[in-house]
Design a protein around this ligand. Structure first.
Ligand code: NAG
Ligand code: NAG
Length: 295
């Protein structure tokens, strides 16, 4: 009698765990130094339908990759200095701040200001910052093109491309709630390929804050696939529903990263930031409006 109860409870437990438990996989851990790790996926139908219009920009397969060899730690260090200096001039009063060097948008309190209108910003951007930012962007663009077998000229930088600073401070506005699961193509219509460059280390500079892909959502085999941020690590992925994801809440410390986004649609292309801080020109750096397409 008791043996039967124990057996049935055991079976129920096995059924429960194999049916409902979310599997967890580590795609890239902090300790690894990865040349290149890839995971191919089938493109979601709407993504494939849309991207098929753009010759030279159609991935051979959808999927994701991580590499620690695209950007050097020294380059990431220079960009981290730039981020820290930028966020000295403005931060969200909630846990998520952004600095967009293209539009100039910088979080301040519960709103945004134009960083290029702040007098302190004139000291901020050196030639070294500008050159490193451009060079890093070009290398990441090349890596996306190689990984998905695209023509590099068919890829254009798009808006929003921004630095982020995440902490455990309680969210004050919707802009502070970075941890909701989403699909980039649905959040930002222009996106076709999303990349992230991490500037600080998971487990050292901050806790929580891992990047998580959510595979097979709503199915028995739902799986969370983790990327642990590491300084100079780049991750890239097709922006369709095949790559639903979120960022875990940061529980301590400060997480810095840059989101660099690419589109195949020339209409949404934007130029490299000018870091234009020419004296005598109040409007330098843009107004926050969309920029014209690249020439
Ligand atoms: C997960 O389950 C779905 C069907 O429910 C199936 O199409 C898919 O291939 C499965 N994925 C894996 C990795 O087993
Ligand atoms: C938030 O992080 C700081 C360290 O950055 C830590 O001291 C504090 O306990 C954390 N607060 C919560 C509520 O986790």
């Amino acid at each position: 009698m008791w043996a039967r109860v124990v057996l049935m409870v055991g079976i129920a437990a096995i059924v429960y765990f194999t049916t409902f438990r979310t599997r967890e996989k580590k795609f890239a851990t902090q300790r690894e130094v990865l040349e290149l790790r890839t995971q191919p996926l089938d493109c979601s139908r709407p993504y494939l339908d849309e991207i098929s219009k753009f010759a030279g920009c159609i991935p051979n397969r959808c999927g994701r990759f991580v590499s620690d060899k695209i950007v050097s730690p020294a380059e990431a260090g220079i960009l981290l200095d730039l981020a820290r200096a930028g966020f000295e001039m403005g931060q969200s009063s909630g846990g998520a701040s952004i600095l967009d060097l293209h539009s100039g948008a910088l979080s301040k309190g519960t709103q945004f200001v134009n960083v290029y209108r702040l007098p302190e910003a004139k000291k901020l951007f050196t030639n070294q910052h500008i050159n490193v930012y451009r060079h890093v962007k070009a290398k990441i663009q090349q890596a996306v093109a190689e990984n998905f077998r695209l023509s590099v000229d068919a890829l254009h930088l798009t808006h929003p491309t921004f630095f982020s600073r995440l902490t455990n401070v309680t969210a004050k506005t919707i802009h502070d709630e970075y941890w909701h699961a989403h699909v980039d193509k649905e959040t930002y219509n222009s996106f076709h390929y999303t990349t992230l460059l991490y500037l600080t280390d998971y487990g050292k500079d901050f806790t929580g804050g891992r990047f998580v892909f959510i595979d097979n959502e709503g199915k028995h085999n739902r799986t969370h696939v983790y990327i642990e941020p590491k300084r100079a690590r780049v991750s890239g992925f097709t922006s369709g529903a095949e790559n639903m994801h979120h960022v875990e809440q940061v529980t301590g410390g400060v997480r810095y990263a840059i989101t660099i986004s690419f589109t195949c649609d020339r209409e949404y292309a934007m130029a490299d930031p000018k870091f234009a801080l020419d004296d005598d020109d109040d409007d330098a750096g843009g107004t926050g409006e969309e920029r014209p397409a690249e020439p």
